[in-house]
Design a protein around this ligand. Structure first.
Ligand code: PLP
Length: 380
């Protein structure tokens, strides 16, 4: 009585771990939760005020399915100036979160038996959405020695390959793709006539590196779907607001999926997004500075414990090799049971993550320091 397609998809490991941690916390255990991908900061007040004002002014009705015109225009302007993408407002689709954008893309462009390339390790939802669409994931291994940055991967491309997902800065490794890597992906996409889905949701959370949009490289405009959102840069995870830009014929298909499923992103939330883009950006800089400080404390602490962890250049995750102490799953279980510290086993993000843990440092310095002390007791 159930869909075979759904049986191919597993529960999100990040949400599963977080649920266990929440249950323990409910039972009175002081769990330090490093498993979730959300900033612990509040949404900046000017954004909340703009959404509240819109709500009180009656922006509580259905919005146009593709998004309110003001926000589509502001997003197109941002993509042109910051990302060097040649985009008009008609080529922007506002979605209820970047996750919904990725779901719509996979459902819109993949068919049964198609193949999609993921650089291993990759965020859990890509594989799930590829499977929802009836297609198959082909994992392209990357290595910690090379900072999990892909190199020539032409051997993984077949007649069935339809698209490549590029996520920079990346979840779970915090890796940043430079121009050379993006050019290599672009060249292969052009040579083999493939689409690239570029998930740039962490673009603003980047340390001493420049973010480059692959869609701005020569020959990529017509084969890139760029995804972004407000959750990470503006601490707006619960608002559910994201967007994508795609070549017109693909955008039309995705609009169809959106209008017949979720209809649109919430109307007054979109006014909050407009303020996020057009208002002051100092809170973003402040958050990134605080993430940087936490990153430095966490990475030093993890390496002192005997974990092997390079400094990530973006996002807010440490991806630590724990093979000295067991597999990622074994160490994560031990940490949860004995130190009451919740982290995500790297295997959740693909086969290359087997001996790794993903540790989200979207948590205060005090909690990071306390977690490191607890971990030291378990592993010393
Ligand atoms: N893309 C990546 C790489 C993510 O890590 C996440 C959230 O964890 C998302 C997209 C989803 O973002 P949103 O909250 O806009 O759905």
């Amino acid at each position: 009585m159930t869909s075979a397609r759904l049986k191919r998809v597993e529960e999100s490991a990040t949400i599963r771990i977080s649920n266990i941690a929440n249950r323990m916390a409910k039972d009175g255990v002081d769990v330090i939760n490093f498993s979730l991908g959300e900033p612990d900061f509040n949404t900046p007040k000017n954004i909340c005020d703009a959404a509240a004002k819109a709500m009180y002014e009656g922006m509580t009705h259905y919005a146009p399915s593709a998004g309110i015109p003001e926000l589509r225009t502001a997003i197109a302007e941002k993509l042109r100036t910051e990302n060097k993408l040649d985009v008009t407002e008609a080529e922007v689709l506002v979605t209820p979160g970047a996750k919904q954008a990725i779901f719509e893309i996979m459902m819109g462009v993949l068919a049964d038996g198609d193949e999609a390339l993921l650089f291993d390790p990759a965020w859990v939802t890509y594989d799930a959405c590829i499977r929802f669409a009836g297609a198959d994931t082909v994992w392209v291994p990357t290595t910690p020695e090379k900072g999990f940055i892909p190199e020539d991967f032409s051997e993984y491309i077949t007649d069935k390959t339809k698209l490549i997902v590029a996520n920079t800065p990346g979840n779970p490794t915090g890796g940043v793709f430079g121009k050379k890597t993006l050019k290599c992906i672009a060249d292969l996409a052009i040579d083999h006539d493939l689409l690239v889905v570029s998930d740039e949701i962490y673009e603003k959370i980047i340390y001493d590196r420049e973010h480059i949009s692959i869609g701005s490289l020569e020959g990529m405009q017509d084969r890139t779907i760029t995804v972004n959102g407000f959750s990470k840069a503006y601490a707006m995870t619960g608002w559910r607001l994201g967007y994508l830009t795609a070549p017109p014929e693909i955008l039309k298909l995705l609009q169809k999926i959106q209008s017949h499923s979720v209809s649109s992103a919430t109307t007054f939330v979109q006014y909050g997004g407009l303020e996020a883009l057009q208002g002051p950006q100092d809170k973003v800089t402040e958050m990134v500075d605080r993430f940087r400080m936490r990153r430095d404390i966490l990475i030093d602490g993890l390496n002192n414990l005997g974990f092997n962890c390079k400094k990530p250049e973006g996002a807010f995750y440490a991806f630590a090799d724990v093979s000295e102490f067991g597999s990622g799953t074994e160490v994560a279980e031990k940490l949860l049971k004995e130190a009451h510290v919740a982290v995500t086993p790297g295997i959740a993000f693909g086969p290359s993550g087997e001996n790794f843990l993903r540790i989200s440092y979207a948590t205060s310095v005090d909690r990071i320091s306390e977690a490191l002390e607890r971990m030291e007791k378990v592993f010393s």
